[in-house]
Write a protein that binds this ligand. Structure first.
Ligand code: CA
Length: 363
């Protein structure tokens, strides 16, 4: 028994020490080859939360790979404009990007399902669909058309419905409102009688201040406080029906990805998965603190959208998202998978998250 123990100890020591680790037991052959990647993003450099997530990813990869893969992050406009990320990575002009799939709706409408759709999945549900419900394989199949490898890259959680200067008490109150609300939410808002306007984040404050727009949504308390939107709008409405749990994305040029040895591929995936989880944790904690400040220090008036307004917006949303797949069989498959997952998860959410949160909130 003692001899056996000694042999084990000696083997363990042998595997830990030495200048040249023997990695035969992992099946992975370390390579001295180094890779230098550039990652472009849709975010202004160092934007809190989503803008710093790619920096966290890069730091992790650089350390975990012991410098064999170094990733340098560039903000929007440094190499390509924010909305040029997809094409730059697809063409291989840069190796990697960070952004959100719904920004590419002009080119790939069905990609919106991999970020968020109105009255769609929450962050937790998105992670379930992508990683254990078949979503990721569909995303990979879709992006393979563009020589891209997608990986989930963070989530903001449920957003806020937005900032208004008049109260919304009925659907009629939406009529004629000029609101910055992008994507499918904007399309729904238009069909509800409003006027949706798409503006980049940096133009929102001034546009609301000068009356170019009457209302806006951005993200949630954490990011909205930074923009100072409480200085130019009175009411802060919830819940964010238009973006219930947007997943961000890492995209990697397929050739660049294939050139990596298996251990570096796994490091990239592990770091991305960590960032995907960590960003949601950050938003959960920071939104809470920022909301407190908005209400207690800046006297922001919180308002809940009336039930009948939400119900009307939901009916329009279902029509709008059903139009996305068109004639493309893969897009139809993605739509079907997403909707079936959403509808099936409802019954369990009802008796788990919703039931529990309601019970905890009861006096
Ligand atoms: Ca938003």
């Amino acid at each position: 028994m003692f001899r056996l123990l000694m042999i084990v100890v000696v083997l363990l020591l042998a595997s830990c020490g030495g200048e040249q680790p023997d990695s035969n037991d992992t099946g992975v052959k370390p390579t001295a080859k180094t890779f230098k990647w550039r990652m472009v993003t849709t975010w202004p450099k160092n934007l809190p939360g989503m803008g710093l997530a790619p920096e966290t990813f890069a730091k992790m990869v650089n350390i975990m790979s012991d410098g064999r893969l170094t990733v340098t992050v560039y903000g929007a406009g440094e190499i390509v404009p924010g909305f040029g990320v997809f094409e730059a990575v697809s063409l291989g002009n840069v190796e990697m990007g960070h952004g959100a799939a719904y920004y590419w709706k002009g080119k790939v409408p069905v990609a919106q399902f991999f970020t968020t759709v109105p009255f769609g999945l929450t962050a937790q549900e998105m992670n379930g669909w992508l990683h254990h419900g078949g979503g990721m394989a569909l995303w990979e199949e879709l992006y393979a058309r563009y020589d891209l490898v997608p990986i989930a890259g963070g989530n903001t959680g449920v957003q806020m419905a937005g900032w208004f200067n008049k109260e919304i008490n009925s659907l009629d109150d939406i009529k004629g409102i000029k609101m910055r609300i992008p994507g499918l939410g904007g399309e729904v808002f238009n069909r509800a009688g409003g006027s949706a306007i798409n503006l980049p984040g940096g133009e929102i404050f001034t546009s609301l201040q000068t009356g170019v727009i009457d209302a806006t949504e951005w993200v949630g308390p954490y990011n909205d406080l930074t923009f100072g939107l409480h200085q130019v709008a009175k009411y802060y409405y919830y819940p964010g029906w238009q973006e219930p749990g947007p997943t961000l994305e890492f995209i990697i040029n397929k050739d660049a990805y294939e050139q990596l040895p298996p251990d570096l591929k796994e490091i990239v995936r592990a770091a991305a998965r960590t960032v995907n989880d960590d960003l949601l944790s950050e938003y959960t904690a920071k939104n809470n603190a920022a909301l407190k400040e908005l209400v207690e220090v800046h006297n922001v008036e919180l308002r809940r959208l009336p039930d009948d307004v939400l119900a009307a917006l939901k009916i329009i949303s279902e029509e709008v998202i059903a139009e996305i797949p068109g004639d493309d069989p893969l897009a139809q498959k993605i739509y079907k998978s997403y909707i079936e997952y959403r509808d099936s998860i409802e019954s369990y959410q009802d008796i788990s998250e919703r039931a529990y949160i309601n019970a905890r909130a009861a006096d």
